[in-house]
Write a protein that binds this ligand. Sequence first.
Ligand SMILES: [Fe+2]
Length: 384
Amino acid sequence: MAMGSKFSEFNQIAPVSFGVGAVSEIADKVKMFGGSSAMLVYDGGVKASGMADRVKGLLEEAGIAVACFDDVKPDPTDASCEAIAEIAVAAGCDIVVGLGGGSVLDTSKMVALILKTPGPIAPHFLTNGLNPPVPIAPLILIPTTSGSGSELSCVAVVSHHEDHAKDAVFASASFVILDPELTVTGPKHVTAFAGLDAMAHAMESFTSASADPMSMLLSLEAIRLVAENLRRAYDDGTDIEARSNLSFASAIAGMAFNNTGLHFGHSFGHELGGAFNLPHGMASSYAIPTVIKFTAKNDPARAAQIAKVFGVDTPEEAVKAVLDLQKYVGIKKFSENGITVEAAQAIAEDAIAHNVFFHNTVVPISVDEFKELIADIITTYDAY
Ligand SMILES: [Fe+2]
């Protein structure tokens, strides 16, 4: 059931144009939203790949003015987004195009928000309370990685610039272009982190207290697609079939978790990533095996469905399948990152406080139980 309602309710944030070459439609889509002056937001990797020049060229050929910001850094803060929005305001932009991974997409959401609702971002942080979304400018998101799901979620994950604590702001795309061809140049580690992030979204959505029939259909299929395609895309980035399946998996996992929320895996991942400076997808994927074990204990029927999509008979074998995949794509042990059980357990209280969705598990978890789960996450991964 959808959060806040006793009835099953399913929303999709935006229309999605999906397929190899779909980015060629960008100028038509900008015009569809009445855009004449676009702010194109991306990062150094997207710039180096030539993709940004291609999109800029497609827009300019169609008579659309383009202002660019080419250096988005990972894990955006309110201050970093506000600085980029100033460029868009100065250029008189009326639409935002975000081209990149999760950090670029979330930054683009905040630029679109400030264009329509001028002023600082801080008052819109969800830790201030669940205020209704404020108006944002038209926003087209074009993911170049398959993982964040940000393109189809109703929030941007943004950190406070002072303490770098992760927070979130309501902001949704107007339109999504999902072109698997744009993901083929992604480096191996990005493919690995993003793919496992998508699996973590799907796993936590499927096992959340808010799961509903539609989201479960999507999250189970996303788990299956990542399990079957991530090794292929990791081994050969140009495998367009595997890339297409991962693009689709990431998007439908995003649709699912946007309706259900996540739970303890991402609470842990967000806080761990912030405290030990780990990439989001890596930090958030560590909990997947323990999420399966937790589900086997508290909701065996759902755990059985998880086993089925891995093509195995028991949740224990599904746990092994995930660990095999994580090891295959080079996810480091906690010990290699210099993280002890005690140090990770010390972030438990903050992980709960900073991530309201923590309580979205099928049975409630106390702080002490969460610390036990954290120990299990680490010993499971490091001992395997
Ligand atoms: Fe994530």
